[in-house]
Design a protein around this ligand. Structure first.
Ligand code: C5P
Length: 276
């Protein structure tokens, strides 16, 4: 039995530059990963199986849409594997929430199967599987802070975020990435540029915040409450939302902000973690 963590992903910045002919958008984003997330367990077996447990297991869609099952099928096809797998997903992250839950699960499945079958993690066929499964899956496969270009699959790793205290807050609204991108106004507000991740994060923006707010006005309230609690040095929405994050200098500030969120009585999902 192989156990692989599936760390939550956040976009410290996400600049949308243009809509492409293929329907995707050209983006420049700064990916970062958290110490916490989902978990995937995999073993070789005679009879294929998939089980989901954890607080958000019931929110998963049909098996046909499940990225763990799709990743397993893609892996078996790419590497001509005949054996079947028993897969277990511990679903701790809310679904359709801008923190890459499904992409992280797909990437963790690919890593687990690669370890089971002796495939190196930089095998081009494994990376091709990741790209076919979703725009964020290649970043989740590597799992380190990185600049992402193209539709998010062209990666350039960066250092300098480890240990930064982070608080995630989700107002309980699931958003479709395609619906949020479709509402982007088409205006290019400029490049993300180059530099240290913290500088890029502070200078950057999330161009999907405005379209996501149209679909989930609660995002405004989350950003407002996070901005007022403790002393965050950055508050922003992640990905296509609706999860927002705040970054702090100390774990004490993060704990004070988390208690303020819990005391607010709004019933928002909240996760105290740190960047990898
Ligand atoms: O790649 P993924 O399946 O995660 O993307 C989901 C949807 O989000 C795409 O079908 C597309 O509508 C939108 N998207 C986009 N530009 C990107 C990434 C995703 O338009 N760079």
């Amino acid at each position: 039995m192989i156990v692989e963590r599936a760390p939550a992903k956040i976009n410290l910045a996400l600049h949308v530059r243009r809509r492409r002919e293929d329907g995707y958008h050209e983006i420049e984003t700064l990916f970062a990963f958290l110490e916490d997330g989902d978990e995937v367990r995999a073993a070789i077996t005679d009879t294929p199986s998939f089980v989901a447990t954890g607080p958000f297991a019931n929110a998963l869609g049909d098996a046909g849409d499940n990225l763990v099952i799709r990743a397993e099928a893609a892996f078996r096809q790419a590497f001509a594997i005949d054996s079947a797998h028993a897969l277990l997903l511990v679903k701790r992250l809310p679904v359709a929430s801008g923190i890459g839950g499904g992409s992280a699960d797909a990437a963790a499945t690919l890593r687990a199967l690669a370890r089971l079958h002796g495939v190196p993690l930089d095998d081009p066929r494994l990376i091709a599987c990741a790209e076919a499964l979703g725009s964020d899956v290649p970043a989740c496969l590597v799992g380190t802070t990185a600049l992402g270009r193209g539709r998010g699959e062209q990666l350039h790793p960066l250092e300098g975020t480890a240990g930064i205290p982070v608080l995630l807050v989700n107002p309980g609204v699931a958003l479709s990435t395609a619906d949020v991108f479709a509402r982007w106004d088409g205006r290019d507000s400029g490049a993300l540029g180059a530099g240290r991740p913290i500088v890029l994060a502070m200078r950057g923006r999330n161009d999907l915040e405005v379209p996501a707010r149209m679909l989930a006005p609660d995002i405004d309230a989350v950003i407002e409450v996070l901005g007022k609690a403790a002393r965050p040095w950055l508050v922003r929405m992640s990905g296509s939302g609706a999860t927002c994050f705040a970054l702090y200098d100390t774990a004490d500030d993060r704990a004070r902000a988390a208690s303020a969120i819990r005391r607010s009585g709004k019933g928002w999902w909240c996760l105290e973690s740190a960047l990898l």
